[in-house]
Write a protein that binds this ligand. Structure first.
Ligand code: MF3
Ligand code: CO
Length: 291
């Protein structure tokens, strides 16, 4: 049996406050959106301040690992070496690389070069060369909390085309971050990302998106970067998710390598770029927890 939470009951969030002094109005506001037909978050994906602090701490390690990669990545290095750097530094910090063994993923980080869109598997036989653009996607588990972020690196000098793609992909992520506000929709964020990509003649990958994150690696909701304004889930304070649009220089179509079952490539062989942050929706906007 499931009784409706009454005004004087303890709040569901674990604050030990009475419901009426804690999340009652919050729930009523969400319910009004649901009645209008909008997709709304359930309590399970709303984080407490303590949980957000845990993700923030995990994120500090994630950022330190990416900073270390940034300082060391260079032409002639294999992506396998990047994997070892990531695993070593993560463990030195008392943390665990989240990708390792995740649904059978064999390495500690994803490295995706040029026309690889995401989920590239590091290898000692893949050597970075001058002009490559590479996404390094780092995810950390620290004291049970997950953080997730990625950056692009340009190896030496690249072409003006690839350089622009890397810059615009970052701007797309930033445009998305600016639209993360409570009581708006994930589609508002997606629309900002997609518009900036289109204005530059690029396309946004449809079939792979972002995700809630924090207590698990991949939580609800699925986060699209092509959805129209006013659609997708309502954003409310306490939601934590990634902004990680994959921007293709050519068409949005992709395929997965069927030899390894992981690496995603652009169908047309043109390059792709991606930057990723983890954000929390706050009372008046958003906080980038992991960059
Ligand atoms: N870090 C990736 C993401 O942003 C997750 C890759 S799953 C893995 O969602 F197993 F490949 F690591
Ligand atoms: Co992610």
């Amino acid at each position: 049996m499931h009784r409706k939470l009454e005004r004087n009951d303890p709040c569901w969030c674990g604050s030990n406050k009475k419901y009426k002094h804690c999340h009652m109005q919050f729930d009523e506001k969400i319910r009004a959106f649901a009645l209008e037909g909008h997709l709304v978050p359930d309590h399970g994906i709303i984080k407490t301040p303590e949980q957000i602090e845990g993700i923030r701490e995990s994120g500090k390690i994630n950022v330190a690992v990416l900073d270390y990669v940034a300082a060391n990545i260079r032409a002639g290095m294999s992506t396998g070496e990047i994997d070892r750097m990531v695993e070593e530094l993560t463990r030195q910090n008392g943390a665990i690389p989240a990708p390792l063994g995740y649904e059978g993923f064999p390495k500690s980080v994803c490295t995706s070069v040029n026309d690889q869109v995401c989920h590239g598997i590091p290898s000692d036989s893949d050597i970075l060369k001058e002009g490559d653009i590479v996404n390094v996607d780092v995810s950390t588990i620290y004291r049970g909390y997950y953080s997730d972020s990625s950056r692009m690196f340009i190896i030496g000098q690249t072409t003006p085309e690839k350089e622009k793609l890397v810059r615009v992909a970052k701007e797309c992520m930033e445009a998305g971050i600016r639209e993360v506000k409570p009581w708006r929709f994930l589609g508002d964020m997606a629309d900002a990302v997609n518009r900036h990509a289109k204005e530059n003649g690029y396309s946004v990958v449809v079939d792979i998106g972002g995700h809630g994150v924090g207590l698990e690696f991949h939580e609800d909701p699925f986060v699209s970067y092509v959805a129209p304004k006013g659609t997708e889930m309502l954003m409310v304070p306490g939601m934590v998710f990634t902004i990680e649009p994959m921007i293709n220089a050519g068409r949005a179509d992709i395929y997965i390598d069927d030899e390894n079952g992981w690496t995603v490539y652009t169908q047309d062989g043109k390059p792709s770029a991606q930057w990723e942050v983890t954000v929390a929706v706050t009372q008046d906007g958003c906080e980038v927890l992991v960059w």
